[in-house]
Ligand binder design. Sequence first.
Ligand code: NCD
Length: 322
Amino acid sequence: MDNKPFDSINGDFRGKDIISLDQFAQKDIKILFSHVPKMREIALKAMPSKIIAGKIVVILFYEPSSRTFGSFSTAIKQIGGQTVEILNPQQFSSVVKGETFEDTIRVFEAYSDAIIIRHPETGSAQKAADIARFVPIINAGDGIGEHPTQALADLYSIKEKFKTLHNLHVVFFGELAHYRSVNSLAKLLAMFEGIRMSFISPAKVGLNPNIRQYLQNKKVKIRELHNLDEVIEDTDVLYVSRVKKEFMSEALYKKIQGKYFVDKNVLSKMKAKSIIMHPLPRVGEILPEVDNDPRAIYLRSQIRNGTYVRMALIALVLGGKI
Ligand code: NCD
């Protein structure tokens, strides 16, 4: 299979695959975000919307998911589309009978106007895009690669809180080596001037080397450390991650799980104007005692914005009249 280069958005989302943040420039993000308030209104006021009426979107998830799956499904329905939802095709579809990935994609594109895919293999969304001839593919997380819609939504949440993206200090905290949301958000933030990024992680699970190289090429100021105390007082965004057990040995998991967490003590050192984010699910890395602090947005606006941003993205990709 030939490796198509990523198709740049370049101001026009219609029919394009959404695979990586490499496809986006600042102007594309501006266009996307300009539609989000309208999407929020549609959702909050339960306004009947026909933006993508008549369109069917397949949500094909080879990996477990609650938020991303629920958020895409909600987003499509909010703007008048319908979904065909295939969770765990390894167990519940013809994949069990030995059907190839190629055939599965070709079959579902025959039913739909777009396919949203999550898969444990890095590069699988691009593979699906290479196979699909007629419909756009949207990457909802490919292995330890990227998670572009999570990053776009997270960026929106950051912008909503700080009103600007320039000159912020974003601190990624936890297991980073296998974290696609971190990879995508770091790439996205690299587009904005003066952003500083710090990556705080246990040894052996630091920043993905490809992302480090990417950031260095873009001359982004980054620090890689093991101790949150070194940066916490100067943090604007604390982006916390889960230890991705499914991508590592049992021995490594046991070594790092439970060592890095956010509690009231961490909160007490943070600036009044700062935020704590997590793409969820969390497994002990943010203690419940933090949840009611106004700076904790992971169970509040971060989730809701995920749906609004996905609504806007799908509307643009499917060429709906907004
Ligand atoms: C993340 C994912 O699946 O990449 N969650 C999400 O999509 N919101 C994070 C995780 O699995 O820990």
